[in-house]
Ligand binder design. Sequence first.
Ligand SMILES: Nc1nc2c(ncn2[C@@H]2O[C@H](COP(=O)(O)OP(=O)(O)OP(=O)(O)O)[C@@H](O)[C@H]2O)c(=O)[nH]1
Ligand SMILES: [Mg+2]
Length: 478
Amino acid sequence: MQASEIYVQNLERHLARENPLLVDVAKNFQTIDRVANDLGLLRPEQSTARQIPWWPLVSILGLFSSGKSSFINHFLGQKVQRTGVQAVDDKFTVLCYSPDPEVKTLPGLALDVDPRFPFYQISREIDEAMEGEGKRINAYLQLKTCNSENLKGKILIDSPGFDADAQRSATLKITKHIIDISDLVLIFFDARRPEPMAMRDTLEYLVKTSIDRYDSEKFIYVLNQIDVTAREDSLAEVVAAWKSALAERGLNVTHFYTIFSPEVEINCDNEYVKKRLEARRDRDLEEIHRRMRQVEVKRAYRVLSTLDTTTKELKDQAIPELVKALTGWRNWTLRLDTLVLAALVGALVFAGLTTGFWLNPMADAIAAAAALVVLGLFHWIVSGIFKLYYRRRLARRQRQLGLRFNLVRAFNKCANWRLFATGRIRGWSKQVEQELEQIVNRADVLIQRLNDQMTNPSGEPVEVRQEVPREAVAEAAS
Ligand SMILES: Nc1nc2c(ncn2[C@@H]2O[C@H](COP(=O)(O)OP(=O)(O)OP(=O)(O)O)[C@@H](O)[C@H]2O)c(=O)[nH]1
Ligand SMILES: [Mg+2]
């Protein structure tokens, strides 16, 4: 069994538990991988399914002791992460769902070697940032599994607090990687320490990384622990202080979500202030949770849209380019071969007629052998020249079209004697073409089913099915 098949099987098992609809999608990616592998467009260990971030990722970053882990525990409904007044987390924790009721902790290496997770081979990146640190992957990352329903179909990342002096370049490298791959980034600030002094170098780094990004809408700024503002009723001032501190560093936060832990009792006698803060927290928490849930929907649409575009890239671009080059190579070589063959036959007939060597069987055999050698040599040279030409052309086309499939590799694999003799490309047939066509149609059906699932979470039969135009899906996925 090929590595890519094992990968998809593992993936299917995971998806069956978390998002059964996507199991179907994974199967379709498996077909694409098979077709592309047969043609040589992908190496055996490569897989299109592997290039897809299957799980939506929500990361929680921010100042140390700002309540990141407490927020996660509340979201999961379980005390999975340790919390405390001292800096508690010293590494990134990747949290994912498991039906096992017991919380399991695995070392960072588990993430580094498993391509299903978005930290596959992160140790190499860490090594790039700091030589030799890649080996210490377990000091930077850990994986925890938890059976919270809220974790199904997504991955959460809890991070160590940003403590300026203790920051290492490897941690920053991982932070950048996490920000890049996340669908939603919650950045936590702490209402207990509104003074700009608290925002030291690394928080500045965090701010810098979230400025001027094309995907800036995925950042949510959270001012946590606002219960501490109750006594002096100073929420407005605290928010203003943070806003101006951030603006000084060039980040204009138009909206802060203001929350505090629902486990915390507000220490204040003023019932009015208490109620107001609680109402604000409930509204903002609900909104943050809604955004976290929405991420899942977006990701499912994005995966489906990738299925659609990958199939089309294979079917409408990569394969036609390959077939064109292979046919061109075969036809031109065949034409020139035929020409030389005709010339050789003509020359032999002419020589036979004029010299009469036909009558000598020995001379016949020598002449035929010589003709074959000339023809073979000619074929070898011409075929080689055309191969060179088409390889270059395919490499250029691959760059121009920005294809993920390796056209030159496929050409090298397919341009052989078998194709030359039969004209048939191994791995490509009407039946395979139909299979790919079916995947494109299937993507539409899956999108429809996803719509039903999202608009009808109760699972009741849906009477009216609304057509969702492709453009809307592309937009949702972008
Ligand atoms: N008053 C108040 N305390 C909170 C709130 N949320 C968390 N805490 C407390 O703040 C302390 C730090 O909380 P954590 O959740 O450990 O904070 P963290 O950001 O994960 O901290 P590190 O992992 O060390 O960076 C703990 O003692 C929590 O009990 C809140 O909303 N209000
Ligand atoms: Mg923590």
